[in-house]
Design a protein around this ligand. Structure first.
Ligand code: NAP
Length: 331
């Protein structure tokens, strides 16, 4: 299946603009804010498998056709692969993006591990993880990203690695990167310059963009203009933009837009991403089917110019945003 691009409508974003990410449910611990409220006390493999499958069922039934996962999300690739195998009808209609470059090291612990994941963007890790990903996802992934690239990553300069990724691209996989940190824009622009045999190597990116941290926007617009698939993650700032957390004076504008549009803060946060013409896909990171349903009310929610101006005022300095994110505990 090709990983083509999608666009929205004048009335508001269509469901085709939304994807589901599996970071919150493929493993017992993660950094989003209300996990004790939203996940079963039993964080066994079976409980998390059941939750992941329930979310995939609900997302597919609602019309979501893009799923995001990674080697490092615990058993998320395994859970998604099982679901795809059990639902060949659905598998034929969805695109799957996964990522390599982080190794899961938490040993199914919720918190307290020395490191929950270890990053290494090397040929050796790529060679190991592409095999593991394919063993779990079958003919997928349609999109394969270097996980969490920053400007100092060897993924931007290692020619041997670039040759490996170019070979994968010739098999029909869209090769790209995800980005993190305050210099996401620099990372995207450096990646736009990478070529193999005179042709651009990367054709997909997944970056953080939300109303608190919009700094990557101009570089993502350039990537979109270059024909890349642009996917947005952390649209809810790891849960900071959910109604129950967006209670302070800093998010008053978000609450005002939710009240004006008769919807929730989470729907506005996702709709604000989908309002960017360069954002091909916006990920929901829902941990429950109820959150997913609420997130997906962003489909069809058209924000007006006044809404967008109000939301633009919420932006934090990128350094401040990423410092706050780095301090979020695993729970
Ligand atoms: N480097 C990378 O490549 C990278 C990094 C991060 C994420 N991602 C991808 O992007 C996806 C989304 O990112 P994310 O999950 O980190 O962040 P997010 O979308 O900013 O936050 C998702 C979290 O917000 C909370 N939430 C959502 N809707 C809610 C509602 N209606 N009410 C209350 N709380 C609500 C939930 O957390 P609680 O239930 O805990 O409150 C949920 O897990 C991930 O699944 C993953 O696929 C990629």
């Amino acid at each position: 299946m090709s990983a083509g691009r999608v666009t929205g409508s004048a009335a508001g974003p269509s469901l085709a603009r939304f994807g589901l990410g599996t970071a919150a449910v493929g493993r017992p611990g993660y950094i989003t804010l209300g996990r004790d409220l939203d996940l079963p006390a039993d964080r066994s493999v079976e409980a998390m498998r059941a939750r992941t499958h329930a979310l995939l069922d609900a997302a597919f039934a609602a019309g979501v056709r893009y799923f995001d996962t990674a080697r490092s999300y615990g058993r998320a690739e395994e859970f998604l692969g099982e679901w795809l195998a059990a639902r060949p009808d659905a598998a034929a209609q969805v695109r799957v993006g996964s990522k390599w470059g982080y190794t899961y090291t938490a040993g199914w612990r919720v918190s307290g591990a020395d490191a929950h994941e270890v990053k290494e963007h090397s040929v050796a890790v790529f060679d190991r993880q592409i095999k593991e990903t394919r063993a779990l996802l079958g003919p997928k992934p349609d999109v394969y990203l270097v996980h969490s690239v920053t400007p100092d990553s060897p993924a931007l300069t290692d020619r041997a690695l670039h040759a490996r990724l170019a070979a994968l691209a010739t098999e029909g996989v869209r090769v790209g990167l995800s980005t993190s940190g305050p210099a996401q824009g620099d990372t995207v622009r450096a990646a736009l310059e990478v070529t193999v045999d005179g042709r651009p190597l990367f054709t997909a990116v997944q970056s953080t963009w939300n109303v608190l941290e919009p700094s990557a926007g101009p570089a993502l617009a350039e990537a979109h203009a270059a024909g890349w698939l642009v996917v947005v993650k952390e649209a809810m700032a790891n849960g900071r933009l959910a109604d129950r957390n967006a209670t302070g004076p800093d998010t008053a504008g978000l609450r005002a837009v939710a009240a004006r549009s008769g919807t929730s803060c989470d729907a506005v946060a996702l709709a604000a991403v989908a309002a960017r013409p360069w954002a091909d896909l916006v990920l929901s990171g829902a941990a429950t089917p109820e959150q997913l349903a609420s997130n997906l009310t962003a489909a069809g929610l058209a924000l007006d110019a006044t809404d967008l101006t109000r939301l633009a005022a919420l932006a934090e300095p990128a350094e401040t945003y990423w410092r706050t994110r780095a301090a979020l505990p695993w729970s």
